[in-house]
Design a protein around this ligand. Sequence first.
Ligand code: FCB
Length: 461
Amino acid sequence: MTAAKGELNLAFVKNFMWGAATSAYQLEGAAAEDGKGPSVWDTFSHMPGKIHQNETGDFACDHYHRFRDDIALMKEIGLKAYRFSISWPRILPEGTGRVNEAGLQFYETLIDELNSNGIIPFVTLFHWDYPAALQSLGGWLNPASPIWFRNYVQIIAKRFAGKVKYYFTLNEPQCFIGLGCGTGEHAPGLHLSPPELLTAVHHVLLAHGLAVKALREYGGDGLKIGIPQCGTIYIPASETQADAEAARKATLGAAQSPRQLLMGTALWSDPIFRGKYPSVLWKKHRDWMPKIEPNDMALISAPIDFYAQNVYSATPVRAEGDSWRAVPSPAGSPKNAMGWAVTPSCLYWGPKFLYEAYRKPVIISENGFCALDAMCLDGKIHDTNRINYERRHLLELRRAVEEGVDVPAYFYWSLMDNFEWSFGYSERFGLIYVDYQSQKRILKDSAHWYRDVILQNGKNL
Ligand code: FCB
């Protein structure tokens, strides 16, 4: 995975894995078909007023029935890798116990098709669609929750041994705990107290550690494992040494508020990669901390193979004495359709800070641009803003690689337009346009552009 010496100026390594990503609830549809149980997103999206225009993922992109055609489109784009997630309640309708063979069969066929088309499957074991049956037992607050997850992962590991080499454990704990259980703006819509949130954090980390163990034990030889996070990335407001150090401190260091702590990097990555919680927790919030058993930290920090980061945008900061201050974007700065600032250097500073801090190859497991794409009179989707976003971000990623940051893979979010959580179908992230009424797919200009980038391994950026 590491670029050989002397090869560094060639930028992306020879077998760089150019990919695209999706997640089960966001595109599969077939929400109650073939024995699938409900997830917290099924229940939440059916509560009036929770989602933009009360939309749901009931049908989404109907990928459950159209995955073969979708793989043909991946092939047309020339993807080397495809990141998707397995719906836990499709495998275990009640979250534990009874296994739904039809669910396993669906993913097995998908994986086989990908492999036979030369597209590397990157399997995310959990991407927010927690089994509703387990949520009613307390979800991540229940002390048994790490074991529930481990048992599910063991089933997957056994079934796909020899077929899947790359696994991601739990996507964006910052979001499913911070936004799902803290602010409650997404499923399951809870407003837990800080001590409850930290209990949930500890259970999620234990679930990750137990999943790593189960994968190594049952998933076959040579597995590569990571956990995609979305800790806020801060970038320097100017490229001075002082601002760069301020940005590093803000990205990796002690958070200025509990919300920043939950949505940040250190709370999750320090336990996983260093075997300890950030010291600020013990100094400032000792009374919030859960009970930690003697073996817990060793379990949580079981070695994994890469640092996976989802990054769309970053906050510019300026040095202020020993600390830092966020700098507002100037009027009229570029944004995506959800209002997230476009800050391309997040793909330089982000991987650089994370690589230097945690010493693992860095995979960009999600990065992309949402727009209000519309079909033009010529029947095409001319998404110039997305190409502009992509090009600028990939140039910054290449700059990081040229400076020696080990980056083996990049995943564009998303392969196709899909259900964007509580924003419903209002914005589009895809390389492929989806007409949800007819389920017709159209490759956007950006998909054709990405195809060339992949063909030339980024030399034409
Ligand atoms: C990430 C999620 C992904 C998608 C993108 C836009 O936070 O992991 O499912 O919603 O944002």
